[in-house]
Design a protein. Structure first.
Length: 205
């Protein structure tokens, strides 16, 4: 039986990594074979691309940025995601195509359709079985980012208008596909968010 692809989306600081780490343990305790991966990254080529697209010292044209993310995604899907799904493993992925639709399609102004096309090609049309969208207010996200103690990367240095546009894009994507998306209150305590995430996946088996 083919595995399930579950993606976690949201703005930086919304708690995606925290939820992913807790959710993979919960799914394994439920008896599922689970692989946890992140984007961009997860395999050697994609990790090298990640270093490029996050480097604050590099000037990256929006189209080049979109193509780099799509290339990293294509390699991850080919090398790790599709083989895992084919083997019956559930894949929990920290970001996927919706990130590019929001960040490059809307945030960078390239257009949802154009970004969708290059990612459809790159992933072979792979779609998540369920997408968990973490929604958190600006103050919560900012506090969490400061708490990480890391310098902001190239995208994290953008202004509030950029992130407001992305937040709106995520909401629009979720509204357009209510059967795939589940929106979670990321401002809640981690245990509460985890419980909501598990409930959101209950119908997948």
């Amino acid at each position: 039986m083919r595995g399930r692809l579950i993606t976690i989306e949201g703005l930086d600081g919304s708690g995606k990594t925290t939820l992913a780490d807790a959710l993979v343990d919960a799914l394994r305790s439920d008896g599922h074979d689970v692989a946890l991966l992140r984007e961009p990254g997860g395999v050697e080529l994609s990790e090298r691309i990640r270093a490029l697209v996050t480097d604050p010292g590099l000037a990256v044209d929006p189209r080049a940025e979109a193509l780099l993310y799509a290339a990293a995604r294509a390699q991850l899907v080919a090398e790790r995601v599709e083989p895992a799904l084919a083997a019956g493993t559930w894949v929990l992925l920290d970001r996927f195509v919706d990130s590019s639709l929001a960040y490059q399609g809307v945030g960078r102004g390239l257009g949802i359709e154009a970004v969708h096309e290059i990612n459809h090609f790159g992933t072979g049309g792979l779609r998540p079985d369920r997408t968990l969208l973490l929604r958190a207010d600006t103050a919560t996200r900012a506090a969490r980012q400061v708490g990480r103690g890391q310098a902001p990367d190239r995208l994290e240095r953008e202004d509030d208008a950029f992130f407001d546009a992305i937040a709106g894009a995520y909401d629009a994507l979720a509204a357009a596909e209510p059967e795939r998306f589940r929106v979670l209150d990321a401002g809640a305590e981690p245990a509460v968010v985890l419980a909501a995430a598990r409930a959101a996946l209950a119908d997948l088996g």
